[in-house]
Structures are given as structure tokens and as C-alpha cells.
Design a protein around this ligand. Structure first.
Ligand code: MLT
Ligand code: MN
Ligand code: ZN
Length: 304
């Protein structure tokens, strides 16, 4: 299977339009060694033709322009996006649905009932899309293996995990199973597995088991320290309160990734613009390299 990273940044992107943190200012002025990144999305395919889009980023039009496989040009109106899977209902993962409204059919959309509810009430993208192409909603099953008929050669296993629900959700700060998920993508022919979880706030046993079973983990790289946003004066919330395990410190992502076999490919994704790992000359970036951990970037292709 092939995973194409469409956008490796967290909500806001990098640089964020209104941000003058050392990273955003640094990448704008060229003072730091870093690449801009768009907001959180990946595409996956087993045949290079039928792609499952994981999350629909506000930056999707730019992402499609930069990844020709998503515009195969077989007809006047065409797309390589054969299905859309949402891992939560956050702005950075759903706003791109508006940009896909010109589709000539209903989009096959896979998400949990909780995510569908948030996209029907708090942020009513789905009813609005009924004025355009609309979506065919498929209940994303938790726990059981499933396939998506429009995406041949791949199988999926989703599990609920603890992160956070969006501010417009009735479950904000009290997330329920189904508000956030992690997904294992399985190549049906080779049985090789990728575990994808861009929002992961707590390492539960089921999540850890999925990570141990994977050949590649593509996991939450939002913030380096738990109080990163507080110290910058950008937020009152810790990383964990926002539903993101920080990389450094006890029970941080690095500590967990260190426990995986050396043969597991370890990649951080959904990186917030304040995170020092974006600066490729930073000590934090070097520390990740010492632990064999990669940092996803837009356009990264992962062949599994
Ligand atoms: C998050 O995952 O916490 C989001 O990126 C927040 C947002 O999109 O504003
Ligand atoms: Mn996010
Ligand atoms: Zn910034």
C-alpha cells in the first residue's frame, strides 16, 4: 500500500496566518530551516488509482494540486478520491468537505455516529452539502475489520481512543468513544499494517496493541511539551487537555515509541506550528533522529 501525506500540520497549518511564534515567524523570514506544511490529511491506496482520503483538510485544494494522482483526468469531471474517512469532527479534518462539493456523485463518507452528529448540528457541513453533491454516510465500525468497496486491496480496523471533541460538540472536554478514532490500514495482499492516529491523548491498552501490531505508526506529533502553548501565551490548555500526548517527558510519545521494535517505522504527524521539531536544526529534531523517529512533511510518500 501507499500512504501519501497530503498535510502534516495540525489545525492552523505552518505557518499559521496570524502567528508570530518563533517557528511561524522563522519560516516566513527564512531564519529557521523548516518547510511549510498544510493541515492534517493523508491519502491511502493499494493500486495507485483508488484513494481513501483520511480527513478533508481546509487546504485540500492545494493538496490535490500538489498530488496529481488525485486528479487522474479520466473524464470531464474526475477524482482519485474514492472514499472519505474522518477520524474526528475537528475543523482541520472536515472543512475540506466544502471544497469537494462539485463531485458528480455522492461522496462515500465513513465516520462514527458521534462525528456525524457534530457535522450535522454543531458544525452542519453534512446538511449543507445536501445542496451540492451530498454524502453517503457509512457507519464506521469500531473494533471490527471492514473494507470500503470503492477502495480495493485495503482493509481497515478502527478503534476508539481518547483525544478531545471539537469546541462545537456537546462532548467537548468530556469525549466519548467514537469522538476520536485511530485506524489501522491493512494491505490485503501483504497483510502489512499502518496505524494512523493524528490525535492521541492517552495511551490506552487497545491503542498500544494496535501500535505494536503495525509495521508503520503514523501518530500524534502535535506538541513537544505539555505546557508548550501555555508558556508561549497562545492557549490556557495543556497538550494532554487538548487531547494530544506531548512528545517529551514521562509517558510522552518518545517514551512509548522507544518501546516499539526497531523494525517499526515511527513517524510523527499533525504537528503544531509551535513545535520545535519543525526546525530541522533544533536539538529537539536531533533528539527525534537519535530515537529513530521521523517527522512527516507534505508530499511524503510511505510505501508499506
Ligand atoms: C486539534 O487537533 O486539537 C485541532 O487541530 C484543533 C483545531 O483544528 O483548531
Ligand atoms: Mn487537529
Ligand atoms: Zn506559530
Amino acid at each position: 500500500m501507499k500512504i501519501h501525506v497530503l498535510g502534516a500540520a495540525a489545525g492552523g497549518g505552518f505557518p499559521q496566518w496570524n502567528c508570530n511564534c518563533p517557528n511561524c515567524d522563522g519560516v516566513r523570514t527564512g531564519r529557521i530551516q523548516a518547510r511549510p506544511r498544510t493541515q492534517s490529511s493523508i491519502a491511502a491506496s493499494a493500486d495507485d488509482t483508488h484513494w481513501a482520503l483520511f480527513n478533508a483538510s481546509p487546504d485540500i485544494l492545494q493538496q490535490i494540486r500538489e498530488f496529481p494522482a488525485l486528479q487522474p483526468g479520466r473524464g470531464l469531471r474526475d477524482t482519485g478520491i474514492a472514499a472519505i474517512v474522518l477520524i474526528d469532527a475537528q475543523i482541520d479534518h472536515t472543512t475540506g468537505l466544502y471544497m469537494l462539493r462539485e463531485h458528480t456523485r455522492r461522496h462515500p463518507l465513513w465516520c462514527t455516529p458521534q462525528v456525524r452528529e457534530d457535522l450535522t448540528r454543531g458544525n452542519p457541513i453534512l446538511p449543507l452539502l445536501e445542496h451540492y453533491c451530498g454524502v453517503d454516510w457509512h457507519t464506521l465500525p469500531l473494533g471490527d475489520r471492514f473494507s470500503i468497496d470503492t477502495v480495493p486491496g485495503l482493509r481497515f480496523e478502527a478503534l476508539p481512543l481518547l483525544s478531545n471533541a471539537p469546541p462545537y460538540s456537546p462532548h467537548r472536554d468530556r469525549p466519548e468513544p467514537g469522538d476520536n478514532i485511530g485506524v489501522t490500514l491493512i494491505d490485503a495482499a501483504s497483510t502489512r499494517r499502518v496505524f494512523y492516529a493524528p490525535g492521541l491523548g492517552r495511551m490506552e491498552a487497545s491503542v498500544w496493541a494496535a501500535m505494536q501490531a503495525a509495521d508503520v505508526v503514523l501518530v500524534d506529533g502535535t506538541l513537544w511539551t505539555d505546557d508548550e502553548m501555555i508558556r508561549l501565551g497562545a492557549s490556557q490548555k495543556t497538550s494532554r487537555a487538548m487531547g494530544h500526548l506531548p512528545q517529551s517527558g514521562p509517558d510522552g510519545m518518545i517514551e512509548w515509541l522507544d518501546k516499539l521494535p526497531a523494525t517499526t517505522r515511527k513517524i510523527l504527524i499533525h504537528i503544531n506550528n509551535t513545535n520545535p521539531i519543525l526546525d530541522e536544526a533544533s536539538p529537539q529534531h536531533a533528539e527525534l533522529a537519535r530515537h529513530g523517529i521521523e517527522v512527516a512533511y507534505d508530499g511524503m510518500s510511505i510505501v508499506v
